[in-house]
Ligand binder design. Structure first.
Ligand SMILES: *[C@@H]1O[C@H](CO)[C@@H](O)[C@H](O)[C@H]1NC(C)=O
Ligand SMILES: *[C@@H]1O[C@H](CO)[C@@H](O)[C@H](O)[C@H]1NC(C)=O
Ligand SMILES: *[C@@H]1O[C@H](CO)[C@@H](O)[C@H](O)[C@H]1NC(C)=O
Ligand SMILES: *[C@@H]1O[C@H](CO)[C@@H](O)[C@H](O)[C@H]1NC(C)=O
Ligand SMILES: *[C@@H]1O[C@H](CO)[C@@H](O)[C@H](O)[C@H]1NC(C)=O
Ligand SMILES: *[C@@H]1O[C@H](CO)[C@@H](O)[C@H](O)[C@H]1NC(C)=O
Length: 378
C-alpha cells in the first residue's frame, strides 16, 4: 500500500472531467459500513448466566450510564451488592457534542450485548466514547496491560526524522501535562515538524484517574511508540484507562481549508503533488479507468484549487469515524460545486500493529480495523 504513490500533475487549464470521473467511480463503489468500535476487550474468563442477578444489575446499570453519562461526558457507578455487583463507567471524547456523545453511548450499550455476550467484564472503545463494566471495582486505578496499538501506513522521511522525533517528544509532554491537569482529562493540539507538515494529537484518560495516575498512564503509552510506531505517519495506543493518538497531516490539506478560494497563485510552481492520504481511497477506484488519474506520465489539467479540493474531499472520505465521512451524494455535490465548503477532515484510519492482553490468553481483545488499513467512504 504505502509503496504506491499517486501523482497529480498540475497545469493551469480547466478540466472538470476528471473530477466527475472520480465522482462516478466513487458512486460505483459505494460501501455501507457500520460504526465499529476501535477496540474491544471481553475476556470470557468469567461469565454470567441468563436471568441471573448479575444480568439484572447490568440491565439497570447500562441505561443509567447512558442517561447520566450524556450529561457531562462521564459517569461511573455501581449496581447491586456482593458477588452480583457490577461496576460501570462511560466517557465521551473531550471535544464532541452532547448529541454525538449520546448517540455513541447508546450504540455502545446496545452493542456490548452482541459483541461481549454474557461476560462479566467488557471494554468497548469507539471513536467518540468508551464503555467499561466489570464485576470488580476498577475506578481510580491505572489498569491493565496495553490493549492495542495501531499505526499509520507511511513513514516520515529520513531527512526530517530527527526533527520529527524531537518535535513529537515535546509535543507529547505538553499534551500529557494539559490532559492530566484538566478535569476532562482530555487534550488535543498540533505542532509543525517540517515545512508543510504538522503533527496532530489527542490524548485522554478516564476522568476517575488522578492527575498523577493520568500522567503515568499516558507515559506508559508513550513507551510503546518506538516499538510499534517508529517514525510512522500515525500512532494510536490504548490502555483501558487512557489512550494516545498522533497523526501527520501535510500542510497541503490545510491549504485547502483556509485558502480554497484562491489557490491559483500557489499552483503555478507546483508540478507534482504527492497525495499519500488519497492512497487510502485507491482501492475504490483502481479497477476503473481512474487509473489514468494516477499515471505519472500523463499530464492532467487541474487548477490548484481543484486539486486542493480533491485532496480535502479525499481526506474526508478516509476519516476514521465512518459517520464523519461524507456520503457519496455529498462527495459529488462537493466535487461539482464550489459553493459547498467541506468540513475540516479528522484523523485518517490506522492499521493494527500490536495486540496484547497480557496474563489473559483467553481474552478476545482486539483492535477492529480492516487488515490492509484501507477505509471506505460510506
Ligand atoms: C464463558 O463462555 C464462553 C462461551 O460462551 C466459554 O468459551 C468460556 O469457557 C466460558 N468461561 C467460563 C469461565 O466458563
Ligand atoms: C442516573 O440515571 C438514572 C436514570 O437512568 C437515574 O434514575 C439516577 O438517579 C441517575 N443517577 C445519578 C447519580 O444521577
Ligand atoms: C466514581 O468513581 C469515583 C472515583 O473512584 C468514586 O469516588 C465514586 O464513588 C464513583 N461513583 C460512584 C457513583 O460509584
Ligand atoms: C438508542 O438507539 C435506539 C436505536 O438503536 C433508539 O431506538 C433509541 O431511541 C436511542 N435512545 C436514545 C436515548 O437515544
Ligand atoms: C527507528 O527506526 C530507525 C530506522 O528506520 C532506526 O535506526 C532507529 O533505531 C529506530 N528507533 C527506535 C527507537 O527503535
Ligand atoms: C500480569 O503480568 C505482569 C507482568 O507480565 C505481572 O507483573 C502481573 O503480576 C500479572 N498479573 C496477573 C494478574 O497475573
Amino acid at each position: 500500500m504505502n509503496k504506491m504513490k499517486i501523482y497529480l500533475l498540475i497545469s493551469n487549464t480547466n478540466d472538470f472531467s476528471i473530477l466527475f470521473a472520480w465522482c462516478v467511480l466513487l458512486l460505483l463503489h459505494t460501501h455501507s459500513v457500520q460504526a465499529e468500535p476501535i477496540s474491544q476487550d471481553c475476556p470470557n474468563t468469567a461469565n454470567y448466566t441468563s436471568n441471573s442477578q448479575f444480568e439484572t444489575n447490568l440491565n439497570i446499570l447500562l441505561p443509567s450510564l447512558l442517561s447520566n453519562g450524556t450529561q457531562d461526558g462521564f459517569f461511573n457507578t455501581s449496581v447491586g451488592t456482593g458477588s452480583d455487583i457490577v461496576y460501570g463507567l462511560v466517557q465521551c471524547r473531550g471535544d464532541i457534542s452532547t448529541e454525538q456523545c449520546r448517540n455513541c453511548l447508546n450504540t455502545s450499550i446496545v452493542e456490548v450485548f452482541q459483541r461481549c455476550p454474557n461476560v462479566k467484564q467488557a471494554v468497548l472503545r469507539y471513536e467518540y466514547c468508551f464503555l467499561r463494566y466489570s464485576d470488580a471495582q476498577f475506578f481510580s486505578r491505572v489498569d491493565g496491560p496495553l490493549v492495542a496499538a495501531g499505526r499509520g501506513d507511511g513513514q516520515v522521511s529520513d531527512t526530517v526524522a530527527n526533527r520529527y522525533n524531537q518535535q513529537l517528544g515535546s509535543f507529547l509532554v505538553d499534551l500529557f501535562e494539559t490532559a492530566a491537569s484538566t478535569p476532562s482529562r482530555y487534550s488535543s493540539g498540533s505542532t509543525s515538524y517540517a515545512d508543510f507538515n504538522n503533527i496532530y494529537g489527542l490524548v485522554q484518560c478516564t476522568r476517575d484517574l488522578s492527575t498523577n495516575d493520568c500522567a503515568s498512564c499516558l507515559e506508559s503509552l508513550r513507551n510503546w511508540i518506538p516499538g510499534c510506531c517508529n517514525r510512522t505517519t500515525g500512532a494510536q495506543i490504548f490502555q483501558k484507562t487512557c489512550y494516545l493518538r498522533v497523526w501527520i497531516i501535510s500542510e497541503y490539506s490545510k491549504l485547502l481549508l483556509h485558502d480554497a478560494g484562491d489557490a491559483t497563485s500557489k499552483s503555478t510552481n507546483i508540478v507534482v503533488i504527492v497525495v499519500p492520504i488519497i492512497v487510502a481511497t485507491w482501492k475504490l477506484w483502481r479497477e476503473g479507468n481512474a487509473l489514468q488519474l494516477v499515471d505519472p506520465t500523463l499530464q492532467y489539467s487541474f487548477t490548484g484549487n481543484q486539486v486542493i479540493r480533491c485532496i480535502h474531499i479525499g481526506l474526508l472520505c478516509v476519516q476514521e469515524n465512518v459517520e464523519d465521512r461524507p456520503t457519496m451524494s455529498s462527495v459529488c455535490l462537493m466535487l461539482s460545486s464550489y459553493s459547498i465548503t467541506p468540513e475540516p477532515p479528522k484523523a485518517p484510519a490506522f492499521t493494527l500493529v500490536t495486540r496484547t492482553a497480557a496474563n489473559d490468553s483467553k481474552s478476545s481483545s482486539s483492535l477492529l480495523y480492516s487488515d490492509d488499513g484501507i477505509t471506505y467512504p460510506r
